[in-house]
Each structure stands twice: as structure tokens, then as C-alpha cells.
Write a protein that binds this ligand. Structure first.
Ligand code: BGC
Length: 730
């Protein structure tokens, strides 16, 4: 009897399983679920999966477009400008219940440096040299995003950028490919968690593939002349590292790659990304990037633009509706093969399956107080801001303040600002959540009088506030002058012909200098600035970038000495705009002697190199030790340096390991960063930093078609101000 019952129940469960299509079976392998679903889809359903719509008010000022009404239920993705999880669930319900197959929508959004808890901008994050912290802030940002209904962020931006006139330098990790790779990987891991299907994971999107940082003259959306050598050597490596780390999606750029737009570039999108690197996620176009192929002069109309973008390897059309409108015809005309459509749809579905959207399509509704700005997120924002503020200058130990400082003149348009300090691309950030510099300083210096005056606006010509600022300065022991850029001056479509601050701000510095009081210049901006005129007038400079919601307390801690600054620049500050581009990994000059080829009118040295950043303590580096000075290419050299903190305060020091290859068939940069590490060193203690030189990884280089070459010979290792030679044979 018992046996019969068991047989019946097994049969029943088989029957139930048989009724559930494979693609809906949680336990079936993802690839099986994809092919099952694909076999059931009509052409129309497939095409819809390749379209991304927008919904609600697009508050990206560059992208203002008509609100999309009556969203088709079967769309592939939606840019979700709302932060309301209930609304998401309503839209998702339509997709799940009103379509034939119930394919969930993928909700994407620009979560760039935080969702509601806004962290420092990416260029600042890189100056922390603390990828672990960056990973943590991205995972917190992912949690806030998930709870708001977002599954996918258009981040990280890993475009190597060497022209600070380009506003988007603020969105990436600076001038070096390796640094972009390390921080890109950290953010991918932070967003995506251990696996995409974890409850608080979101999919990352690497952007803007590729070479966008090369925009000519720093002008956005323009031509970028990327040589094949630079493509492989400078622009592709961060992408390759992030693909290897499992990034789920990629966004194609607005730029041309030497005449072939990034969005119609079969070589980069298909041959490199998909064939060589075996990327199995999908590529989304940037906003309007498909349509732009017409404006860029490579397609005669939108239909041809759609065909070119798709056949080059762009699977999803962001917002243009071109795929939706023209693909049925293009397929019928055999201009797009069904096999390519099937591959593209599989890629989109793969991300959805991997995210677990088929099994858990809805957002859990959690009350708003538990969604955002949790103690842990704010603590991370504070830590990251502390570690990303760079002490650029500190003449005669102006900082930290000593006990003679009883009255501070706190001056400048940035002092009480809460709007600009959070930076661009912080759509859900609210200025009311931000702590101003004034608030932070007031909290830190309880027994000090703060004499505040705005002095001037960010730009314009109104000098009427100068007199009050000067009067306040005269009454005080020291001036803390908070200047910088509005948030709209960097980010997308925010190119500037000069990277100097507007004249009115420079004039304010000159007026205050006349008081004879020491000046601490605090700068909040999204790009390196031209400080050639200001630097000589001030005693100390703290670059705080756009620190997000928690800027005041970290800055105040640096001023008081509670925090010992540990940030270093991830991007060079040129002396003047005319020096652009200036970056540390330049190639050797043909006449590297007698200052030949230098500028005649100014120094050729930038004001602050990549890696510059001061501290309140002193670090003494011991001589570098190498485990061997001659090896063959399959061996390794262990190198170590011990760093002693000989000052009075604890600190965190980042050691940078550079190599150089003085003779090669393709001339190499004068030095290249291969590894960095930041460690805490207590006052009076020393710490050993180590690095392992692996010739095939660290000393090989790529040619213009991406082939890695290793050439034996002498090499140099650079650490701090030391340089040692070693030899590697075949
Ligand atoms: C930007 C992208 C962004 C997209 C979606 C575009 O204008 O270039 O970086 O992710 O808009 O908002």
C-alpha cells in the first residue's frame, strides 16, 4: 500500500514538473532555461527584449526626452528614473502577467557614486587607493538600489582619462589603466556581490566601451583618435580586467574610434569583447548612441544605424526605439540574420536569469527609513571621504591647526554649499542629506569662533561680498577658504576650455592674501584644476573633490588633525591648461636632455604629479630588497621595502610599485604602475610591503593587435625615490 502511494506521488511530481516549462524551473541550468524560452518566443517578442525604454521624468539634463506613455509589457529593459519599488512592482506585474511568456523587465539606472547615500565621486575614490572600501560602498549602493527597484547600474566608468577639460574625468578612476582596472574590478565585485542572484546584488555595466576618454580637446561626444597601440595598451586593459571579474554588461560609447564609432565597431564589440574575451553578457548602447550613427556620418538613416549597431555587437538599444521600429523589416530583408537575433536575446535573457529575475521578479517593500542612509552606509561614506581628500600643500605645517587657532574665518561659496558638494550623477541624492563643510567644522571646533562669509559666488563678476570676507579674515587667526566647481561643471556634456577656477574666485584669494593671514584653500571640484596663480598665495591646500553626503566631518578632522590625510592623486594636476595632456606614464622624449622640447614659456613639470599627496607624519623607506637580480622569464622576483613611520602620528601609506623597460621593440612608457598597496603604520613602527614581479604579467606588453610580447633584457623597478635594476633572460 505504502509502495503504491510513493509511486503515485513520484508520478504526480513528474507530472507537475512536466507542466512547468523548463525556463520557469528554478532548478534547471540557466543555458537550458534560455534555449527553452528562446524556442517559444516569436520574432516580435524577441525584438522587444532588445529594447530599453525610459519611464517617468528623465532628470538627466542631457537626456530630456518625452515621457514614455503606455509602456509595452514585453520590453527588455527600462531606465528606471523613479525610486519607488511599488511602482516597479506594478510595471513588473504587467510584464509577468500580461504577456504570453512572463519575461521580467530589467530595471536599469545610473547609480554612479551611490544611490541615496552619495559617496565621493569616482576620481576621489581612486585617490583613496583603497579598493576594498570602494567595493564596500558599491555593495551598499547596490542594497539601496535593489530596495528602490533597480537591478542594474550603468557603472563603473573605466575610461582612462588624461584630459581634465573633459568633464567626465570626474566619473572615472583617473589617468592610469591599471588603476582603472583595479577600482573597476572592486566596484564590479561590490555591485554584483558573490553571485548576481544574491538578494542585494545588481548587475554592473562597464562604460563607455571604448576610448571615450580620448575625446579630442576634452570636448564631449567628439571624435577620438585612438591609435591601435593606445587602444590595446591604454584603453582596453581596464575592460578586460572587469570582464574577467565577471561584469554582466557593457555600454558602447558615443565616441568614434579613429573614424569608426564605438557603437558601430565590430572590431572592439565583437572581435575583441566577445570573441577574444569570451564575454557572454550583453552590450547596451549609450543614450541615443544608435541614432547618433547618422549624425556621426556612418549611417544614412535610423534603420541603417540600427543594423550597423546591432551587427557590430550592440544587443540592446537604449531608448532610441530604433531596434523596435526597424528590426522586423531588417530581418525580413535578410539584413539581420535570425541567428544574430537569437544570440542577442540569449545574452539579455542570461543576465535576467543570472540575476534571478525569473524566480524573484518583484522588489521586497521595506519602509523608507530602513532603505537609505543607514548608519553603515554613512560610516562608509565618511571613511571614503576621509581617505580620498588629498593634502596637496602644507607650508610650514600650517595644518593641522595648533592651539593658537581660536578664530577661523570660513569663507567661500563652497563653505555652506550642500548642492554642489554631492557632485554630478547623484540623481537620488538630496542636498538635505549632505553635511556642509561649515557644519562639519562647527562640530569639530566647539571652542573656536567661526567667522563665516560667502565672499563671492562660484562665477560671475559680483565682488560685493569681498569686503565682508576681508573683514572676517582680519578678525581671525586663519582663513579656511572653500572654493571650487559647481556640480554641473563636470560630468557629461561639461567640457571646459580652461581648468582654472573662474576669475572671481581667484580675485577673492588675492584680496584675502592682502590680510596677511594664513590661508588654507579647500577645493571641491570634479577635475584637476589649474592652480598656478593660487598655489603661491596660500599656505595649505586640501583637495576634497565632491565628497558626497559626508564631506564636512572628514574635512574638519583633517583640519584639526583627528585624521591624518592619506590620499594621493590618481590624476596629475597640470600647471596650466596648456600642458594638457600631462600624465606620469609618458613615453621617453627623443631628446631627453638639456630641457630640449620643453615649453619655453612655462615649466614642463605639472604642479602635482599622479601619486602626490602629503601626510602629517613622515615615512622613511628602507632600500628595496630583491630576492634575485637576474632571472629567466618564467621565474619571479620577490621584492620588499620596509616603511617606517618616523613621525608622531599614526598614518596610512600607499606604496606604489612601478617598472620600466628602457629598450623594447615598441617604446615603453618611462614607468608603469604595476601594483599599489595601502597599509596603516602606527607612529614609531615599520611595516614591510612586498610585491612579486612576474615577468610575463608585469614586464610584457601588447602590440597594436593585442598580441602580448616579452622581450628579455634589463628592467628597472621604482619605489618612492628609489630605482633598482634587474635582468630577465629568455
Ligand atoms: C551617459 C551614460 C549614462 C546614460 C544613461 C548617457 O547620456 O553617457 O553614461 O549611463 O546616459 O543615463
Amino acid at each position: 500500500m505504502k509502495k503504491i502511494a510513493i509511486v503515485c506521488s513520484v508520478l504526480l511530481s513528474h507530472l507537475i514538473v512536466a507542466q512547468v516549462p523548463v525556463y520557469k524551473n528554478k532548478t534547471a541550468p540557466v543555458e537550458k532555461r534560455i534555449s527553452d524560452l528562446l524556442s517559444k518566443m516569436t520574432i516580435e517578442e524577441k525584438i522587444l527584449q532588445l529594447n530599453q525604454y525610459t519611464f517617468g521624468i528623465n532628470n538627466n539634463p542631457n537626456n530630456i526626452g518625452p515621457e514614455v506613455k503606455g509602456l509595452p509589457a514585453g520590453i527588455g529593459s527600462l531606465i528606471y528614473f523613479s525610486a519607488d519599488p511599488v511602482l516597479r512592482n506594478t510595471i513588473q506585474k504587467k510584464a509577468m502577467e500580461e504577456t504570453r511568456l512572463g519575461i521580467p523587465i530589467l530595471f536599469g539606472f545610473d547609480v554612479i557614486h551611490g544611490f541615496r547615500t552619495v559617496y565621493p565621486i569616482s576620481i576621489a575614490q581612486a585617490c583613496s587607493w583603497n579598493p576594498e572600501l570602494v567595493k564596500l560602498n558599491c555593495s551598499e549602493a547596490a542594497r539601496e538600489s535593489v530596495l528602490s527597484g533597480v537591478d542594474w547600474t550603468f557603472s563603473p566608468m573605466i575610461d582612462v582619462a588624461r584630459d581634465p577639460r573633459w568633464g567626465r574625468v570626474s566619473e572615472g578612476y583617473g589617468e592610469d589603466p591599471y588603476v582603472n582596472a583595479v577600482f573597476g574590478v572592486a566596484s564590479v565585485k561590490g555591485y554584483q556581490g558573490k553571485k548576481l542572484s544574491d538578494p542585494f546584488s545588481i548587475a554592473a555595466c562597464l562604460k563607455h566601451f571604448v576610448g571615450y576618454g580620448m575625446s579630442e580637446g576634452g570636448r564631449d561626444y567628439r571624435f577620438s583618435d585612438v591609435s591601435a597601440q593606445s587602444l590595446w595598451e591604454t584603453y582596453l586593459p581596464p575592460y578586460q580586467a572587469c570582464i574577467d571579474a565577471g561584469a554582466a554588461t557593457v555600454m558602447s560609447g558615443f565616441n568614434d574610434i579613429s573614424g569608426v564609432p564605438a557603437t558601430a565597431n565590430h572590431y572592439t564589440l565583437t572581435e575583441i569583447l566577445k570573441k577574444r574575451w569570451k564575454f557572454n553578457g550583453f552590450v547596451v548602447s549609450d543614450w541615443n548612441a544608435v541614432k547618433q550613427l547618422v549624425w556621426q556620418g556612418v549611417a544614412k538613416d535610423e534603420k541603417e544605424a540600427g543594423q550597423k549597431a546591432f551587427m557590430a555587437g550592440v544587443e540592446m538599444d537604449m531608448k532610441d526605439n530604433i531596434y523596435f521600429e526597424h528590426f522586423a523589416a531588417l530581418i525580413a530583408e535578410k539584413k539581420i540574420p535570425m541567428s544574430a537575433i537569437n544570440d542577442a536575446v540569449s545574452r539579455v535573457l542570461r543576465v535576467k536569469f543570472n540575476l534571478g529575475l525569473f524566480d524573484n521578479p518583484y522588489t521586497e517593500i521595506v519602509e523608507e527609513q530602513s532603505r537609505y542612509l543607514q548608519a553603515r552606509s554613512k560610516e562608509l561614506a565618511t571613511n571614503l571621504a576621509e581617505e580620498s581628500m588629498v593634502l596637496l600643500k602644507n607650508k610650514s605645517n600650517t595644518l593641522p591647526f595648533n592651539s593658537n587657532v581660536k578664530k577661523i574665518a570660513l569663507i567661500g561659496p563652497m563653505a555652506k554649499d550642500k548642492e554642489n558638494i554631492i557632485g554630478a550623477w547623484s540623481f537620488n541624492g538630496k542636498s538635505k542629506d549632505a553635511e556642509s563643510l561649515f557644519e562639519g567644522i562647527q562640530k569639530e571646533f566647539k571652542n573656536v569662533t567661526i567667522n563665516y562669509a560667502v565672499g563671492c559666488d562660484f562665477d560671475g563678476t559680483n565682488e560685493s561680498g569681498f569686503a565682508e570676507a576681508v573683514a572676517k579674515a582680519k578678525e581671525s587667526d586663519i582663513i579656511v577658504l572653500c572654493l571650487g566647481e559647481k556640480k554641473t561643471w563636470s560630468g557629461e556634456n561639461a567640457s571646459r576650455s580652461t581648468i582654472a577656477l573662474p576669475e572671481i574666485q581667484e580675485k577673492l584669494v588675492e584680496e584675502l592674501k592682502k590680510t596677511g593671514k594664513p590661508i588654507v584653500l579647500v577645493l571641491s571640484n570634479g577635475r584637476p584644476l589649474e592652480l598656478v596663480r593660487l598655489e603661491p598665495l596660500v599656505d595649505a591646500i586640501v583637495e576634497i573633490w565632491q565628497p558626497g553626503v559626508a564631506g564636512g566631518t572628514p574635512l574638519a578632522g583633517i583640519l584639526s588633525g583627528r585624521i591624518n590625510p592619506s590620499a594621493k592623486l590618481a590624476i596629475t594636476f597640470p600647471l596650466t591648461t596648456g600642458q594638457i595632456p600631462t600624465y606620469y606614464s609618458i613615453r621617453q622624449s627623443a631628446r631627453p636632455f638639456d630641457k630640449q622640447g620643453d615649453y619655453q614659456d612655462i615649466s614642463t613639470e605639472p604642479l602635482y604629479w599622479f601619486g602626490h599627496g602629503l601626510s602629517y607624519t613622515k615615512y622613511d623607506y628602507s632600500p628595496i630588497k630583491l630576492s634575485a637580480t637576474k632571472i629567466n622569464k618564467n621565474q619571479k622576483i620577490m621584492v620588499e621595502v620596509s616603511v617606517a613611520n618616523t613621525g608622531k602620528v599614526d598614518g596610512k601609506e600607499t606604496v606604489f610599485w612601478y617598472v620600466s623597460d628602457p629598450v623594447a621593440s615598441i617604446s615603453r612608457p618611462i614607468k608603469e604602475l604595476k601594483f599599489f598597496e595601502k597599509k596603516e603604520i602606527k607612529s614609531g613602527k615599520k611595516i614591510i610591503y612586498t610585491f612579486q614581479i612576474e615577468p610575463m604579467r608585469d614586464l610584457s606588453f601588447t602590440d597594436a593587435i593585442g598580441k602580448r610580447l616579452f622581450e628579455s633584457g634589463d628592467f628597472y623597478l621604482y619605489v618612492n625615490d628609489q630605482k633598482v635594476k634587474f635582468e630577465v633572460t629568455e
